[in-house]
Design a protein around this ligand. Structure first.
Ligand code: ADP
Ligand code: MG
Length: 365
């Protein structure tokens, strides 16, 4: 994928790579990074999740200042981009619902612009204009809850669905051309937030760090002569699925069916919605993407979940993602050749390489 103007704006002083990983217990994280005695740690709540910053070397940083600046910045972004609480995106959604042309708050423009590119690139599998559908499934409240929407209501929402392309844009002036269009950047915003946090750390003089926001993370620099050692959480249970070493400027983001959701009639209703069916995506338990661009890694992980077990390699390829790993419902793993060269699995994890060109064909290993 070519670099977009949007992503250029989310600048980093180091080359960027994203990885998708899942949550760690902090103790496990200490063990995985194996740098506890040499690093400082900061953990605090922000952006609706537990943020965990690792700083190398220990004893060199003004921790109170770093925590204050980062948490303030993250809370600002959270308020600006929140899908259902009042803020810049909430205001934008109100204005979109009214029809007519308006000036959008500047903080939402990069997400709109990138959302439009991603929708086009994924043939609408990634579609942040489906806020009404996400809300209908009970995800626009702090505790996601049923009942699920009526099947007729779902069909009505995806029959002629709003698209990002329905937003006409001229500079900061916007006009929505679909009455049902409501923006939800839940699949993308954390990537932007992590990118911005890394920038801020650089501005504060931090050269070596990991920013981990609820299991989605990005590195800057490295701990001495070594790589950062990270564990990818198993989507079923507390254990680690695989280990991976990250260099500088790599982001690892995961999307999973266990992250946000509820049980209804014995079924797991989770928050990644397939725009083709209007229902929670099926066939994959989790998808993890490693890339230099955190916003792309975030959106790509969500998109691979939606693409499902047949199509995920093709979508990864279209998105310019060389390093991806998906977990099937039976706990087995499929991964790209690039990712296979990077991860070390726990002994008992069945896995196979998938090639984008060949799909399920004989080229697979
Ligand atoms: P997490 O926020 O837990 O890391 P994801 O990155 O997978 O999870 O994003 C899930 C979020 O993406 C949902 O809560 C919703 O806001 C948004 N979303 C769900 N389905 C889609 C879709 N088809 N296209 C774009 N965004 C989506
Ligand atoms: Mg995502």
């Amino acid at each position: 994928m070519t670099r977009t103007p949007v992503l250029r704006r989310v600048k980093h002083s180091t080359a960027r790579v994203f990885l998708v990983l899942l949550l760690f217990a902090l103790a496990a994280c200490d063990r995985q990074t194996e740098t506890t005695h040499e690093t400082d740690r900061l953990t605090f709540q922000a952006f609706g999740t537990l943020v965990d910053i690792t700083l190398y070397p220990a004893g060199k940083h003004d921790l109170a200042r770093i925590e204050a600046e980062l948490s303030a910045d993250l809370e600002n972004m959270h308020a600006s981009w929140h899908a259902w609480e009042p803020g810049s995106l909430g205001r934008t959604n109100q204005l979109l619902a009214m029809g007519g042309e308006f000036s959008a708050p500047p903080s939402v423009l990069p997400l709109i612009e990138y959302g439009q590119e991603l929708e086009a690139l994924t043939d609408g599998l990634f579609n942040p204009a489906l806020g009404r559908l996400i809300a209908a499934w009970g995800f626009h409240q702090s505790e996601a809850a049923g009942p699920p929407p009526d099947p007729d209501a779902v069909r009505a929402l995806i029959n002629d669905p709003p698209r990002m392309a329905d937003i006409e844009r001229s500079g900061a002036r916007l006009r929505g051309r679909h009455p049902e269009l409501q923006l939800d950047f839940g699949g993308l915003a954390k990537g932007f937030a992590v990118a911005r946090s890394l920038d801020l750390l650089a501005e504060l003089g931090v050269e070596h760090a990991i920013v981990n926001a609820g299991g989605d993370l990005m590195t800057r620099g490295q701990p001495g002569a070594r790589a950062w050692r990270i564990g990818v959480r198993h989507p079923r249970g507390a254990g680690v699925l695989a280990g991976i070493e990250l260099g500088s400027g790599e982001a690892l983001f995961t999307s999973g069916d266990y992250e946000r959701g509820y049980e209804w009639d014995g079924q797991r209703i989770h928050h990644v919605i397939d725009p083709r069916t209007g229902w929670p995506s099926q066939g994959l338990a989790a998808a993890t993407v490693l890339h230099a661009d955190p916003a792309l890694a975030d959106a790509a992980a969500t998109t691979l979940m939606i693409a499902g077990p047949e199509d995920w390699p093709g979508l990864a390829r279209r998105l310019g993602v060389d390093h991806a790993l998906v977990v099937l419902p039976d706990g087995s793993v499929e991964l790209t050749p690039g990712m296979a060269a990077r991860v070390k699995f726990q002994d008992d994890v069945p896995h196979r390489i998938r090639h984008a060109q060949t799909g399920n064909g004989p080229g697979d290993e």
